[in-house]
Ligand binder design. Sequence first.
Ligand SMILES: [Zn+2]
Length: 414
Amino acid sequence: MIDNFERFDMKAPPVRTKWYLRPLTLLLSAPDVKKHKCIITKTGTEGLKPPFVLLCNHNAFMDFKVATKAIYPWRANYVVAIDGFIGREKLLRDVGCICKRKFTNDTTLVRQLVRTVKNGDVAVIYPEARYSLCGTTAVLPESLGKLCKLLGVPVVTLICHGHHVNSPFWNLHDRGVKPTEAEFTLLYGAEELKQAPVDEINAKIVKAFRYDDFAWQKERGIRVTYEGRAEGLHKVLYQCPACKTEFKMSSAGCILKCNACGKEWRMKELSELEAVSGETEFSHIPDWYEWERANVRAEVEAGTYSSGELPVRVDSLPNAKKFIPLGTGTMIHDMEGFRVKVTDKDGDVHEMVKTVPSMYSCHIEYEYLGKYGDCVDLNTLTDTWYTYPDPEKCEFAVTKMALATEELYYAGKR
Ligand SMILES: [Zn+2]
């Protein structure tokens, strides 16, 4: 049945933003940029003209709005994941979005970006390809340096600060953080780029992308007084550092709690954590997250990592019109990668296998669209499977699966 669906046309050439939509995009972005009093600092970009490549960090929808302001009035094509297109494909195409399925190697996309640059426009890319989970850099694709070299135009970065702290991926409530900041920096001029080896370009991009939103918040002394500020944090911090139990954390108000040993931590206004009683293991949220990563890495190195067999339901997204309920079945994530097997209502079995070398990272969602809870999205070039483990029937953390995807990939390369 799955093959009868019309597929999203990934090959459609990028649309040059219609002239009448350009002021509109700025207008739509302006209230938020203004509300958060975003300060854009330009370094080497003062006299810059398109075409160029703009590499942006990705923490919240606000990123698009700041990018629009930074490059106005130039035209741009934005690389956007297919789920951003649902129900509004025409509009997104008209404002210049190019569709991509996450974490797939896609030569069509490269051709489209070449077209953008030939048109004399700005190619906007969010190379982390997913929102940062705790306001620090997500993994960057190794193909980035090569892509920049191929496009042969200046490489510019736009690194925004404050967007995660303002509206973290795990609880989108707008905390009214201001002023936010953005650095609009020239990394390579076209001539310099020609001389630079790919490894050096990659290293320079990685360096430019080093950011830590919680450290930034503390440095700037920006307080978040929102009372529910810790709510959702247990999705990222899924393992207790006191008793080491996984998947038993919860959060309410400004308190994070382990339901196995009962230990509690308070999230303060500068986003530091403090144990309600006893030792504070980690006051800085990204340190706790990196500790979890180290534990996952140890499991990978020991060859023991496995999610176990999880009961799941899968929604498929063959085009940008709507999700198609595919069926229910099981998912395993282990040393071999992901294996999902579901049976649809006609009794047909569908399988998706994603090997370790095929994914350097993995997109996850928390409480996605308020439907069935947390999910992992797995992609082929023509389909996306939103895979929801059943929280009533099993224990898991999609965050751990995302960390494991990266650790498995890099272990395979070592
Ligand atoms: Zn505990």
